[in-house]
Design a protein around this ligand. Sequence first.
Ligand SMILES: *Cc1c(COP(=O)(O)O)cnc(C)c1O
Length: 383
Amino acid sequence: MSATRPLREAIVDLDAIAANIRTIAARVAPAEVIAVVKANAYGHGAVPVARAALAGGAARLGVADLDEAHELRAAGIDAPILAWLHDPGADFASAVDRGIELGISNPAQLEHAAAATGGTPARVHLKIDTGLSRNGVAPEEWPAVVTRAADLESQGRLAVVGVFSHFANTSRESDAAQLAAFERALAAADAAGLRPALRHIASSEQALRDPSSRYDAVRIGIGMYGLTPFGDGTTGSDLGLVPAMTLRARVAAVRRVPGDTGVSYGHLWRSDGATTLALVPLGYADGMPRHATGAGAEVLIGGRRRPIVGRVAMDQVVVDAGDLAVDVGDEVVVFGDPTTGAPTADELAEAAGTIGYEIVTRIGPRVSRSYTGAAGRPAEAGA
Ligand SMILES: *Cc1c(COP(=O)(O)O)cnc(C)c1O
């Protein structure tokens, strides 16, 4: 029984991924959903998550770099994939060969994409910087880029599938200014003769809040994983989403201690009175943020939420179990689906002064991963 269960485990519910995509797709229709599976699907596992997202109705996949796109192709995933972050030496030819669509952020990349054309023209999405000041064609270069792209397209050297941008998530006013800049960029593309089928700017936050941001497609990352894109206290549950990842471990040791017992490095916490301490084998090496030290983060243990106390260490944390009957080997859920009583990754993030995105993406390599749910799996494996 428990002996075969891993000490530390991240369990990803693929049905939750598919359900979240369905929920969001219904909300944003007729815009299509681009499921963002960069960074190993925010730590959830790129290939199984991509398959589940497609099963849930995503029309295409989005990744940052070409290695991530090739990983999906190598696994046999043939859905459209867009990759948008390239170094100057990126191998566009093999990407075009594998049918990977290229986000284009500067004139050099546009030429590189046109030159990569073998049998079929490169399929590109031109990215305009509307105010994030990160990736994307600078506004002053945009007219020349769309003119050149139209020229290359008419020569059959590339196909402009999309025009896109990305929000800075700063304020509604700043979003509105970015939308206006996007409109100007689209008008310039149109005037140059481009007719991109996919205009897209929204990620989860704007897609879920602002219908005017949806255009032809929305790029959904965090919402698909069931976590919130919002910093205003709106939870994933409020949005009808279910966290896909559960992080759990087994109690490694239990100790009954008297009052005024110092716990973990620096004795940052001392017991008020006699209590039971449960040692949980998850530390910052496993993605438990050290900044959660003394921050009131809780876990689900023995059916109750109990606090992590003292310094978060590399390999372990201590939970103050109070007078709960806790045994070595008992399950401790660090985060998961709130309907089970567990805290969410967003709650742990809040305690640690970060965002849910970072919590799930940084689960460490010692944590074994497993999958539940059938979405996107071959039928015989779904039982
Ligand atoms: C990561 C990313 C997204 C997804 O953002 P979420 O907030 O997770 O939905 C969308 N677009 C781009 C360009 C990104 O880098």
